[in-house]
Design a protein around this ligand. Structure first.
Ligand SMILES: Cc1cc2nc3c(=O)[nH]c(=O)nc-3n(C[C@H](O)[C@H](O)[C@H](O)COP(=O)(O)OP(=O)(O)OC[C@H]3O[C@@H](n4cnc5c(N)ncnc54)[C@H](O)[C@@H]3O)c2cc1C
Length: 376
């Protein structure tokens, strides 16, 4: 990683998470290589290193996002061929569990996924119990199972994008914090950093949960709803087989999956406007309660480690992608919520499409524009 600050660039990306790194690679691949990526920490040190590391087709809650997940999935299946780095994908499957309160929403969602050709089975509680005897299904009305989902390695994904983009000449500056965006006559002229000024006509805001702050420098109100979610990982637990599917209990939005010889579990949607990533003891207690109710054998598990990350959610579940209204030279690629790792190849492709041709064949990017929100 070069340490000297370039004085000029055709384009500056703020943030080297999954979205910024993928954007850098896709732009480089499209022939735009005089790019500087500024990252105040290390590559991936924001939300992208805090995830549950799941690649999922079951997560798409509407057709637009489910279709994009299908595209992303295809890209990941070819990732090693394209980028030259393995992603350690293990398709253990994804099982959603609905109690009476969620069942009526889950059934049409499964039908929508099936209509798009996404492998999804509806399962009755006795069938769930037969296949996965560790689960308590006493209060479950219906489940859905997708066999094609599973964990992969976000670190390898980020590393792959950085490596390939760097080979094309993109410069990643770690430990450099962007501090402002300079404009003249409604056009961007530079990005200010704590290491100096980079003159540029184009800035991409890929700052994840910090995109709100970066937007403010340009007078933008970016309505991201930052939300904290915690993960617990247990010590080895022989009772949970390594090929057990990822299971989400929709009633409490708690999930678990095997992780090495133990299990990883996640929960929480705590508003976090302050970006606080402490893990409150009450959150740990709530996760243990949810775990022991749904998977009684987890009562024997010993806690190994815990962390909390921020999901940059939006009110309608769509990301915020595209030009910033009223300013020439700012593009947004943020608000990817709980699917930023899954969608990274799409997020990068959309930005490359917008920069090179102003549109994308993948989706009508207009529906992701900042102006869909009435922020006044
Ligand atoms: C507990 C949890 C579980 C999750 N599980 C999954 C999952 O299984 N699958 C999935 O797809 N997604 C998951 N997500 C969501 C996923 O992690 C995010 O959607 C994704 O990481 C967002 O990527 P990003 O690049 O937008 O943000 P980030 O990874 O946060 O990257 C933004 C970067 O910008 C940098 N930055 C910010 N401000 C500045 C500045 N002023 N100057 C320089 N650099 C700056 C930050 O340091 C950071 O590295 C999960 C999230 C959490 C918290």
């Amino acid at each position: 990683m070069p340490m000297t600050l370039p004085h000029t660039a055709d384009l500056v990306i703020i943030g080297a998470g999954a979205i910024g790194c993928s954007t850098a690679w896709h732009l480089a691949q499209a022939g735009i290589t005089n790019i500087v990526v500024v990252e105040m920490g290390q590559v991936g040190s924001g939300s992208s290193s805090k995830s549950a590391s799941m690649l999922s087709l079951q997560f798409g809650r509407d057709e637009t996002m489910a279709r994009l997940a299908q595209h992303a999935y295809v890209r990941y299946m070819r990732f090693e061929e394209e980028i030259g780095v393995p992603i350690d994908f293990r398709p253990i499957g994804w099982l959603n569990l609905a109690t009476a309160a969620e069942a009526d929403a889950l059934r049409p969602e499964a039908a929508m996924l099936q209509s798009l050709g996404i492998n999804t089975e509806l399962l009755a509680p006795d069938e769930i119990k037969r296949r996965y005897p560790l689960l308590n299904v006493d209060d479950i009305i219906v489940g859905t199972y997708g066999p094609d989902d599973g964990p992969f390695d976000p670190h390898m994904i980020l590393w792959g994008y950085v490596k390939r983009a760097s080979q094309h000449g993109v410069r990643f500056l770690q430990g450099v914090k962007a501090t402002g965006i300079t404009q003249r006559g409604g056009r961007v002229t530079a990005v200010e950093t704590d290491a100096g000024t980079i003159a540029t006509p184009l800035v991409i805001n890929a700052a994840g949960p910090w995109a709100i702050e970066v937007g403010r420098w340009a007078g933008l109100d970016i309505p991201i709803l930052n939300s904290a979610r915690s993960i617990l990982v247990t010590a080895p637990l022989a009772a949970v087989p390594a090929d057990h599917p990822f299971v989400e209990d929709l009633s409490v939005e708690w999930y678990f999956r095997p992780e090495i010889d133990g299990v990883l579990m996640g929960m929480g949607k705590r508003p976090a406007p302050d970006l606080n990533t402490a893990t409150p003891p009450a959150m740990i207690d709530a996760m243990i309660d949810a775990a022991v109710h749904r998977v009684p054998v987890l009562a024997q598990a010993e806690l190994l480690t815990a962390w909390t990350g921020i999901r940059p959610l939006t009110a309608d579940g769509y990301p915020i992608v595209g030009a910033a209204p009223g300013i020439d030279g700012i593009l947004l690629n943020c608000g990817w919520g709980g699917v930023g790792i899954i969608m990274a190849p799409i997020a990068g492709q959309l930005l490359a499409d917008l920069v090179t041709s102003g549109r994308s064949d993948l989706v009508d990017v207009g529906r992701f524009s900042l102006s869909r929100f009435d922020t006044h």
